[in-house]
Design a protein around this ligand. Structure first.
Ligand SMILES: [Zn+2]
Length: 353
């Protein structure tokens, strides 16, 4: 009996296989429905954003991305002619104490953060040459912090809106022991374009590597290499305290897509590098127990608006603390929007455009 049923099964299986092969021989290969895939990627980003990451959704899914990485060595107009700097009203905002040991010392759009420890201060990102003096140095002083106590200057990536104040800070505070930390690809970028980085470029100092830990006093910063936005973009995980309670933070170092320039590459490949970095840092953030997502742009973490909530917080929840699930949703927004853009390039490639 057993033998008999097995032979029936073999016969049925063979027949099904023959039918499938004759069907596929008759049909033309199915055309990929790129529109459907793009819509699905955008929908996944929208679902993940909820109300927490609308700025991120708009900026990465909706607003057209810049065409490509700057490869010129021309100084920025606001460096050669200070009158070309944006008006103060467009960037000025007040500093804020965000956690027991973390201060916001950035502007309305671009952020800088000062972490205090028993052995000095760690500063994350330095905004522009034209506003770093007022916002970072002025902001720290307003918060009762002495910039001469900065021991580490962490640059997430070498773009003018984050490295802009680094040269000035290094010139003033390296003599008090301040070290500057950036990845090799971004140090190389700075050295390759001396005119573009005029008035911004710190001298090469500590070369950051993936997984490196930097400890100052009681605080340890874990560095994660998240290439994509620039080849050397760094993201960070660390712990802060809210009224004495430890809170874990994931700081995303580079967000916008600036490699949407041609098909097939570097666009498609760079989007893959970017996507892989988002997945990787999402895992690092989850493993670290991050319940707060910080960025170096206010549009991604809504820092400037959240800072204004502290005045009426009382015993209410911390405005920045969204929970581990929300932090993971941030990375899903990034991945959905990046995948949609990558699919558009794949579609152009498939259509031979
Ligand atoms: Zn950038």
């Amino acid at each position: 009996m057993k033998l008999h049923s097995r032979s029936i099964a073999v016969t049925v299986g063979l027949a099904a296989g023959m039918m499938a092969s004759s069907l596929s021989a008759q049909q033309a290969p199915a055309r990929r429905d790129f529109e459907k895939e793009i819509t699905a990627a955008l929908a996944s980003a929208k679902t993940a954003a909820q109300f927490d990451f609308l700025g991120t959704l708009v900026r990465t899914c909706l607003v057209p991305q810049s065409e490509g990485e700057n490869t010129t060595d021309v100084p920025y107009p606001y460096v050669t002619d200070p009158s070309k700097a944006p008006s103060r009203a467009s960037w000025y905002t007040e500093p804020a104490k965000v956690f027991d040991n973390l201060y916001f010392v950035g502007g309305k759009v671009h952020s800088a953060w000062a972490m205090t420890t028993k052995e000095g201060i760690i500063l994350f990102d330095t905004i522009y040459p034209y506003n770093s003096e007022e916002l970072i140095i002025g902001g720290m002083k307003k918060m009762g912090l002495d910039p001469a106590n900065i021991k580490y200057l962490m640059i997430s990536h070498a773009h003018g809106d984050h490295i802009g104040g680094a040269e000035m800070l290094q010139q003033r505070y390296a003599k008090f022991g301040m070290r500057t930390v950036m990845t090799d690809p971004d140090w190389t970028l700075v050295e390759k374009y001396p005119n573009r980085y005029k008035s911004m470029a710190p001298k090469r100092d500590i070369t950051a590597t993936d997984g490196m830990k930097i400890t100052l006093g009681e605080s340890t910063i874990t560095l994660t290499h998240t290439p994509g936005h620039t080849p050397g973009t760094l993201s960070y995980t660390f712990q802060v305290f809210d009224k004495g309670r430890p809170v874990n933070v994931a700081y995303s170092g580079g967000t916008a897509f600036n490699f949407n320039n041609r098909t097939p590459d570097p666009g498609i490949k760079n989007f893959q590098i970017y996507l892989d970095s988002q997945k990787k840092f999402a895992e690092v953030a989850a493993a670290s127990g991050a319940t707060v997502l910080l960025s170096n742009h206010s549009e991604f973490d809504i820092a400037d608006s959240k800072n204004k909530m502290f005045a009426s917080r009382g015993n209410g929840p911390h405005p920045y603390e969204q929970g581990a699930e929300a932090v993971q949703r941030y990375f899903k927004v990034m991945q959905g929007c990046a995948r949609a853009s990558q699919l558009k390039l794949e579609q152009r490639q498939a259509e031979g455009k």
